[in-house]
Design a binder for this molecule. Structure first.
Ligand code: CA
Length: 232
């Protein structure tokens, strides 16, 4: 089986080198870019399974790299590397399409655990647990095997986290789901990554991508005092 390919976009050579060695030791294929432009090019030409993206780069900021890749339909997980004093909060990173972020200086073992968890959630669990299933609601089609969503036959690009939220709601239709249940299903029990606010941000993005009128959703409805529901 081919190794998962990880692209590191990081301009600090010592940091990039350290990450490269550590990830290679874990059996990953590693690509490195020292600025945003090269990072974008490598992401397009080599299609990595996951990107580790430094926020502060000499040319294009990590935010813009992330936003640009999502705009082009890059669906693989993006893990942002930020410094403690960077003007970012988790929600802002998620707004731009990142799946998670880690504050420097990070613990290498924890970083690798998060990488594995993102890869597992994006590729492993979905394809193993539900084989070849397609869910259709009106003009929306969710292909649970190909991890693809279509609206009126057009592919809609979701981040892995958005896809997991949609999958959970759509496979539990017409049932109110609390934000806590969603966090548990999507990020896992012990997670401190998910919060009620991050759930709301992802739901808003899903509505913008899937709903004809995001302010008056047909599918992803709010259940007052409870959470959200996929209304079939
Ligand atoms: Ca940097």
């Amino acid at each position: 089986m081919a190794a998962d390919r990880i692209l590191i976009i990081e301009d600090e050579k010592a940091v990039a080198r350290g990450l490269e060695y550590a990830l290679q030791a874990e059996g990953f294929d590693v690509l490195c870019a020292e600025n945003g432009t090269n990072g974008l090019n490598l992401a397009r030409s080599r299609n990595p399974h996951l990107i580790l993206l430094d926020l502060r780069l000499p040319d294009i900021s990590g935010f813009d790299v992330c936003r640009q890749l999502r705009k082009e339909g890059f669906r693989q997980p993006i893990l942002m590397l930020t410094a403690l004093d960077d003007p970012i909060d988790k929600v802002l990173g998620l707004e731009l399409g990142a799946d998670d972020y880690v504050v420097k200086p990070y613990n290498l073992r924890e970083l690798i655990a998060r990488i594995r968890s993102l890869l597992r959630r994006a590729y492993g669990e979905l394809s193993k647990t539900i084989q070849g299933k397609v869910i259709e609601f009106g003009e929306i089609t969710i292909d649970l095997e190909q991890l693809q969503v279509f609206k009126s036959g057009q592919a809609v690009f979701l981040t892995p986290t958005e896809f997991r939220i949609l999958r959970y709601l759509a496979t539990h239709p017409d049932r109110p789901v609390s934000r806590d249940s969603l966090i548990e299903a999507v990020w896992g029990y012990d997670s401190d990554y998910g919060s009620h606010r991050t759930v709301d941000v992802h739901i808003r993005h899903l509505r913008e991508k899937l709903e004809s009128d995001p302010s008056d959703p047909r599918w992803l409805v709010t259940v007052r005092g409870m959470g959200y529901m996929f209304r079939s």
